[in-house]
Design a protein around this ligand. Structure first.
Ligand code: AMP
Length: 595
């Protein structure tokens, strides 16, 4: 393997490489740089972002550019404004010690007049998004007649974004004798067609496996009812205290909804989608880049310009229509030699898609149980303990407060002190998960509850369940443990399998295996809970869901009204208001038995 010194770079470029801290060429650079510095051949490089491809084409390009003329010699086309700026900034770094190189980024959403005047003064390299460049060609500001090198970066993304016609139009403007390089994460038929039309005997280089996501990515999925997706997402985030990831949604609306819920629930999250202004998107992306945000909820299109190397997780809250996009999503983690995890929340209806994805990325997907409340609390506690062990107490000022603090807390022994500190630190988790609703696996059994040994018996995977309504809810101190105990106590010796449980404030829904439903209804209607008469009946139908679990628009408003356990809804409606007292008031609750 050649190192940078042996590749034939000038001292100025070598100095820039060393200033950037690059020690050894990355595989894409090992392959592309010698071809760029040597032959005049066209090149197709199949490489993900994060593999070092910008330097692979950028370093030789900077070296080859003649700064003694004012002509535009190279054109780099890329899909987004952010990538455009990133490439421009990288090229500026590479040319730091070679001087005088004029590079211009042209993209939509910025003043076209400034771009026109910069172009008129003459630039050596144009880095452009296709739409804006067409505009500038139309205004005769961008002149491509002297261009000798064209680089299509993230060509597959450009095609996904509908830039095919623009690319065709632009390439018609560039002299035929040029050299063309095409970088793409995947090789689709459309990419092959462009290569056939605009490239001459291209050398094809594949970094890693063709059409496969990065080697360092582990693919996992949680099988979850669509109504539990958000809860599962929270569990996932809670069980990974150091998570730094992108949560992908399908629509702008879903993106905003998930982000708003996360923000409201106290997570360090924000949304990135096309309904935001460019300035808002820039702010969110910058916050995420510098890790002021832990979780970014984004649409595929909006996240395209975001180049972050050290994501721990990519979370597919919803799968994209085009499974090819999964490859792009998961390829955003496991970069620059780091390990990454791509997690997908899969509903029972989508289960077959896992096989298709496995084929696509040529890796197997691991099905994981949704973390239980106790697992999450223990992980959070251990994480905190580790931080406590390693924290450096460098502020001298702390010392001066110690005597007063010690005096105030002298009556607390070590254990009591620890308990209180932990309680302050972990109230949210302990509260959420001690009595939090468990999430039920669509496989028929329910996930482990907080207290081991108190779970309901598992039904057979094929068993049919009946959904029942009960007039008890969280404000009655009624949680899964209590429900299971109530059912077990009143159906002695029967071991009734319990399925999904949905706890509301003053009423709940739960599933029991169909063959036991009548028996459970009769038994519980004769039972009491904390001196209160229990009322159970068959739950009314839920609204239909579409393929991906989204409720039809018409019914959506109704549906959210029926989820008073969601904090955002709590603010809007509080129809439970005061806690209902006796059975008389529970008739009201019966009216709520409508899904
Ligand atoms: P790219 O695929 O061009 O987005 O590059 C991904 C990351 O790898 C960027 O942060 C580059 O600065 C970094 N990088 C590129 N080449 C090297 C190299 N030879 N050694 C170390 N880091 C590199």
């Amino acid at each position: 393997m050649k190192n940078f010194e042996e590749m034939g770079f000038t001292p100025g470029i070598l100095k820039a490489i060393s200033a950037l801290g690059f020690e050894q060429p990355m595989p894409v650079q090992e392959n592309v740089i010698p071809l760029m510095l040597g032959d005049e051949c066209d090149i197709i490089a199949l490489a993900q972002t994060g593999t070092g491809k910008t330097a692979a084409f950028g370093l030789p390009l900077v070296q080859a550019t003649d700064t003694d003329t004012n002509e535009t010699q190279a054109l780099i086309l890329c899909p987004t404004r952010e990538l455009c700026m990133q490439i421009t900034s990288d090229l500026a770094d590479y040319s730091r010690f070679t001087g005088k190189l004029k590079i211009l980024a042209v993209y939509g959403g910025a003043s076209i007049d400034n771009q026109i005047s910069a172009l008129r003064k003459g630039v050596h390299i144009i880095v452009a998004t296709p739409g804006r460049l067409i505009d500038l060609i139309g205004r005769r500001a961008a002149k491509l007649s002297s261009v000798t090198t064209v680089i299509l970066d993230e060509a597959d993304e450009m095609l996904n974004m509908g830039f095919l016609d623009s690319i065709n139009e632009i390439l018609e403007e560039v002299p035929a004798g040029r050299r063309t390089l095409l970088f793409s994460a995947t090789m689709s038929n459309e990419i092959a067609a462009i290569a056939r039309k605009y490239m001459t005997d291209p050398v094809e280089i594949t970094i890693g496996t063709k059409n496969a996501t990065a080697e360092n990515v582990t693919h996992q999925y949680y099988l979850v009812h669509s109504k539990d997706k958000y809860k599962a997402l929270k569990r996932l985030a809670d069980s990974e205290p150091n998570i730094y990831g992108i949560i992908f949604c399908r629509t702008r609306r879903e993106t905003q909804e998930v982000a708003s819920m996360l923000i409201e629930d106290g997570y360090n999250a924000d949304a990135l989608h096309g309904d935001l202004s460019q300035a808002q998107r820039d702010t969110v992306m910058q916050k995420f880049r510098v890790r002021n945000l832990q979780l970014l909820v984004a649409t595929d299109v909006a996240a395209r310009g975001l180049d972050v190397d050290d994501l721990t997780h990519v979370i597919n809250y919803s799968l994209p229509d085009d499974l090819e996009i999964y490859t792009h999503r998961s390829g955003r983690t496991g970069r620059a030699g780091k390990k990454g995890i791509s997690v997908t929340l899969i509903t029972p209806r989508e289960r077959s898609i896992i096989r298709q994805l496995e084929k696509k990325v040529k890796k197997s997907f691991k099905s994981l149980p949704i973390p239980t409340g106790s697992e999450i609390c223990s992980r959070q506690l251990l994480h905190w303990v580790k931080k406590l062990e390693t924290v450096v107490t460098e502020h001298q000022e702390i010392e001066k407060f110690l005597p007063e603090i010690e005096e105030k807390l002298f009556q607390l022994d070590r254990e009591e002190l620890l308990k209180r500190v932990i309680s302050l630190q972990f109230d949210r988790f302990l509260d959420d998960y001690r009595h939090g609703d468990d999430i039920y696996s669509p496989e028929g059994g329910r996930e482990e509850s907080w207290e081991k040994g108190k779970r309901g018996p598992k039904g057979s995977p094929d068993a049919k369940y009946k959904r029942l309504f009960i007039n008890l809810g969280k404000t009655d101190g009624f949680y899964p443990e209590q429900l299971i105990e109530l059912v077990n106590k009143n159906t002695k010796g029967r071991k009734v399998p319990i399925g999904q449980i949905d706890l509301m404030k003053t009423f709940s829904f739960f599933e029991v295996e169909e063959q036991y439903s009548d028996e459970v209804i009769v038994a519980l209607n004769n039972a009491k809970f904390n001196d209160r008469r229990v009322a159970v009946e068959i739950a009314q139908e839920r609204p239909e869901k579409d393929e991906l679990g989204n409720r039809s628009e018409k019914r959506k408003a109704k549906w959210s009204d029926r989820r008073p356990d969601r904090k955002s809804d709590r603010k809007k409606i509080d129809y439970q208001g005061k806690r209902s007292g006796g059975f008389k008031k529970d008739k009201k609750a019966h009216k709520k038995n409508k899904w």
